[in-house]
Design a protein around this ligand. Structure first.
Ligand code: HMG
Ligand code: MG
Length: 310
């Protein structure tokens, strides 16, 4: 298979399910990850090793990892806020881990109970230990285009945290519009400023779609040279420490846009839409993917059409 032109990082089983009120069993979550891996997705965040008191939805991540049907070439990642989380991720045989902080002081405090500076210090041994085990470390910076507590976030704050995470040894930084407030012009201005300091190949984008701006922002990011996009099947989820944040941009919508624009993703859209419908039914929630909904209503129309008589 040809290397896809854009890498999709599927975050639904983590970012999605961490914010759903319906708790899924480890078997149900592993089945979701396995189904996603059958669609051609190569990078899946399968869970997070955080405090179960803070995010109960992720409490069974170790079991989820143990139940995965692993395939060669598929990277199963986990979020690790500290050494305890990293040790659990190593035990679970995650292929990659992600550390996460924010460009907003208040959000960092609410999300991981420390300052930005302390979070970076906390990550030093996490990255060192991950390195010893040849485990790639990704970094997340939340609130790049706005914070639920502080409002506007200066570009300088985002650039500073991105540079610190790269210096620590993260191979890639995912830029999170955690509450989905940014617009395409704001995205462009931030990326222009960032790309004066770091390479586009070191960045990924992670847009939540609260205000319906995610696809436009992704398009803008592609124009800026970014080739890694985070997305969540059926637009699942949000962040428990960012009130009002809706799910990530739906993976189906991103794949439809990219493939329609002649940019390969390596993902089978029909199969992905099936998975999106199934997980929405399981969670008893509306499918958050417009493309998923459109494909599903087309299928219903086709299956109920009368057979032609000769
Ligand atoms: P803390 O309370 O300051 O931690 O939480 P502590 O070190 O004082 O420990 C307190 C208790 O937690 C202890 O247990 C520890 O053992 C336990 P106790 O003695 O009370 O029974 N503990 C842990 N348990 C399991 N796994 C661990 C762990 N660490 C400590 N790793 C901490 C600090 C960071 C742990 C906590 O704040 C936390 O878990 N926060 C995670 C919040 C979270 O997961 N948020 C959502 C993910 S971020 C996100 O969604 C944004 C993103 O998508 C990008 C974007 O959209 O912008 C990535
Ligand atoms: Mg997120």
């Amino acid at each position: 298979m040809k290397t896809p032109q854009v890498k999709i990082v599927e975050v639904g089983p983590r970012d999605g399910l961490q914010n759903e009120s319906t708790l899924l069993s480890a078997e149900q979550k592993a089945s979701l990850v396995n189904r996603l891996s059958d669609t051609g997705i190569r990078h899946i965040e399968a869970g997070s090793f955080v405090s179960p008191k803070w995010v109960p939805q992720m409490a069974n991540s170790d079991e989820v990892f143990s139940l995965l049907t692993r395939h060669q070439g598929i990277h199963y990642a986990a979020l690790t806020p500290n050494l305890k989380g990293l040790e659990a991720a190593l035990q679970a045989k995650a292929d990659e881990v992600a550390i996460f902080t924010s460009a907003s002081e208040t959000f960092t405090q609410k999300n991981i109970n420390c300052s930005i500076r302390d979070s970076i210090e906390r990550f030093v041994p996490v990255v060192e230990t991950a390195r010893k085990h040849d485990l790639p470390v990704r970094g997340y910076v939340s609130c790049i285009l706005g914070c639920p507590y502080e409002g506007n976030i200066p570009h300088a704050a985002v650039i500073e945290v991105v540079k610190q995470l790269l210096k620590l040894g993260c191979y890639e930084i995912s830029l999170g519009d955690t509450i989905g407030v940014g617009t395409s012009k704001q995205t462009k201005l931030l990326l222009n400023a960032l790309l004066r300091e770091v390479e586009a190949s070191q960045l990924a984008v992670h847009f939540h779609d609260t205000y319906g701006q995610a696809l436009a922002n992704i398009d803008q990011s592609l124009d800026a040279g970014i080739r890694v996009v985070d997305a969540s099947v059926a637009g699942l989820g949000g962040c428990p420490y960012a009130k009002g944040a809706s799910g990530n941009v739906a993976t189906e919508d991103v794949v439809y846009m990219l493939e329609g624009n002649g940019i390969s993703t390596g993902i089978n859209l029909q199969d992905l839409a099936h998975v999106g419908n199934e997980i929405s039914n399981t969670l008893n929630r509306r499918n958050g993917s417009k493309v998923g909904m459109a494909l599903s209503s087309r299928r219903i129309q086709e299956s109920t059409a009368l057979p032609k008589t000769s």
